[in-house]
Write a protein that binds this ligand. Sequence first.
Ligand SMILES: [Fe+2]
Ligand SMILES: [Fe+2]
Length: 526
Amino acid sequence: MSSQRVLSRRPSNPVVIIADKVERKPHLVALLQNLRQENSKLPPERVIKYAVCNTGPDIALALRNHRKNTRMALIGPGLQGNGWTVARMLCKRFQVLMALEPEFLKSPLNQRIKEGLESLGVIIVLVENATAGFFKPLIENHVLSEASPADELMTMSPQERAQIIEKRLEMVSKFPTLPETQRKVSALDDLDHPKKWAEAIDPDVLTRTVILRLLNSAFYGFRSRVVSIEQAVSLASGKAIREIVLACQIRQLFAKIEEKTVEQYWKHSIATGFFAKLFSLPAEPKAQTPTQQAEFSRFRLDDLQVGLLQKARLWEKLALGPKQEPFSGGLLHDIGKITMLMCLEECLELITVLIAEEVREQDQQGKLWASSVDQIERFLMVDIDHQVIGHRLAQQWEMDAKVCEVIGFHHAPQETSSNLLKLMVLADLAANALFPYPALESQHPLPRLFERTAALARKRPARTMSESVYNATCAQFEELAGVFAGLGAPPWLWEQIDFKDFFHLCYMLAPKLRVATLGFIQQTGA
Ligand SMILES: [Fe+2]
Ligand SMILES: [Fe+2]
């Protein structure tokens, strides 16, 4: 797939990325002539090399090969895919030039995008003006000098950097608006009369249908048939209805995205919601309210699974306030990832190609790849990742401050962070073991460790299955510790629960959580 041609791997040579179709076009001839001319004056260790790329993913790989010395990229009209998006993503990584055909600038929308990109430092030129004289000073200023937009960012104050992030996000014109029913339901109190709930939900036929379908499914297990929203609220509680409304509203909102991995995203998000809910519920019957008892029993856990949750006591160690909603937090924590699919259409391709490359490299060394996707996003975009984008959306939607914190900081928890955030970090890890995103199950280290644990437990059976799994977990403890650290879990998190116990708990709960997640996805789908 890749036409990427990297001519040098010497670290000191500056690299220019040429992202265009290789043709004898005047703007490419002018650039190459210029490079040749400069190179004739340079010593071999400073000679400018170039990488020719056909697609956005090719650019990501070239950047990975030359992470320290990529100085500039020319995005030409021959680049496959959306050059605007690629420029928007990478403009703070290196100097981006864009050479455009004149007809591109005829539409007012493209004009606006052009102006926005220029305000971020992207240099835009019409192909006919991209002459040798145009390139010469750019090569001097951006390729031969050591300065790069990323270095420039590093010298700025946090406030200045925040302003640049803000400016980059402002360019994202396609942030979705909060759906109407969700807005109405979030204004309701759990104790409001069921009639009020019905007034808010009934006009939205799709959401109403999904609620009734879900409440009549085996997961909720009500004896009588639920036929109205009023009855649904009385039977299942306002909180339960709120969770379902959120799930179907957000799914409807992003239903337009034609990206085959969206289903994988929902599995990850809903599994995170369910793990967060289960970890937050008291596992001892005497500590449960009637609503909690109903919620807990829906997972249909066996005695052993309940015993493990009782031993972990996460509901006590990371106790939440009454108004906090762990399921909603889990459902929304990665909302930045799906928003990125909407506003930076090509980003997923660039990210997944880098994941595949990293997995391949680690596999060759006999190691598990363990890195968090936000690190890859930051490698490409500097200062912007799905947390930053999600946080911006959550603020725009005026979401609860604790949920905003979860969305914006779940990969950077601090000891002073809220319990909801800490709980979400654990739930996210647990969900990754079942349904990672965007890494595939075959790539993500936690499903791979699950598989190894199963094989090891079968090979060396103990008295019970749980014991075999625990022994297998302990046998891999060093690798497991490395994987959790690589995924960004801070060491202090394991003061709440030993990491081996946590892995064991997740493994033992996984079959029930898989069933709950897939059932919920099926029932809430359009
Ligand atoms: Fe995340
Ligand atoms: Fe996640």
